[in-house]
Design a binder for this molecule. Structure first.
Ligand code: HEM
Ligand code: HEM
Length: 192
């Protein structure tokens, strides 16, 4: 069976470009930021990074919501990221046996192993965005005072999911580099 649609919609390409920048900023800023209420002896730069993390995190949450709207309306994008049927599902086995023989999975809107991993990554990022969104409103005066006790619930979930987002970031960006090295051309998802 041929797959119905192979091209990335222009909107998905744009949202992905924003994702690549915003999510990378979010995980990198985490490495040196410090909450403002934990202020003793901290560099101002660390507090600035914390502020940027909160606001850019809210922008990321907006992009996540727009991405889910695309998933809702575009069946082939949905089937790629959540390959639960047909060719999209069969490609997972084909990709795993291909990898065992040393062949990288093909790119494109075809589900398979790349689609499955990207879908799981999107779920983890959605969890981060949702918990971050809640935390934003629980931190008083944009971080000048310590948050209420209830804040620890979304915070712990945010911390836990961050491990999965880091794994996804390294895996997804790493495979992108391997693809580029093995065939140096701009990936279709970045071409408008
Ligand atoms: C949850 C967020 C993300 C989702 C759902 C996602 C999804 C996708 C999809 C569907 C593709 C197209 C793959 C293909 O044509 O087979 C892709 C490619 C790519 N993405 Fe992402 N992506 C996300 C985040 C990121 C981030 C944060 C970066 C930056 C580090 C990034 C960098 C890339 C690169 C470099 C490619 C080209 C990979 C290749 O040719 O194998 N993506 N991504
Ligand atoms: C998809 C978007 C986001 C990503 C990928 C992300 C990523 C991260 C990561 C990787 C950490 C470190 C967790 C750890 O220490 O183990 C973190 C912590 C944190 N994030 Fe986010 N974040 C996002 C959105 C947000 C938003 C919208 C807010 C709004 C308040 C936020 C507030 C925080 C706070 C308060 C911490 C803990 C800082 C501390 O106590 O030192 N994040 N985030």
């Amino acid at each position: 069976m041929d797959l119905p649609e192979q091209k990335w919609p222009a909107m998905v390409k744009w949202l992905h470009a924003f994702f690549a920048i915003l999510i990378t900023f979010e995980v990198m800023s985490e490495l040196d930021m410090k909450a403002i209420w934990k202020r003793k002896g901290e560099l101002h730069f660390r507090h600035l990074l914390f502020h940027a993390h909160m606001w850019i995190g809210m922008a990321t949450a907006l992009v996540v919501a727009l991405f889910w709207i695309q998933i809702y309306y575009k069946e082939h994008v949905r089937s790629h990221l959540f390959p639960y049927q047909g060719e999209y599902l069969k490609n997972i086995c084909a990709d795993i046996s291909g990898l065992a023989k040393g062949c990288l999975p093909a790119t494109g809107v075809r589900g398979g192993l790349p689609g499955l991993i990207q879908g799981l990554g999107l779920l983890a990022v959605t969890g981060m965005a949702a918990t971050g969104f809640v935390m934003f409103f629980l931190i008083p005066n944009f971080g000048a005072a310590a948050p209420v006790h209830f804040y620890q619930i979304p915070k712990k979930i945010h911390d836990y999911l961050s491990e999965l987002v880091w794994i996804f970031w390294w895996l997804h960006a790493g495979v992108g580099v391997v693809h580029f090295v093995s065939s140096p051309k701009i990936p279709a998802i970045f071409k408008t």
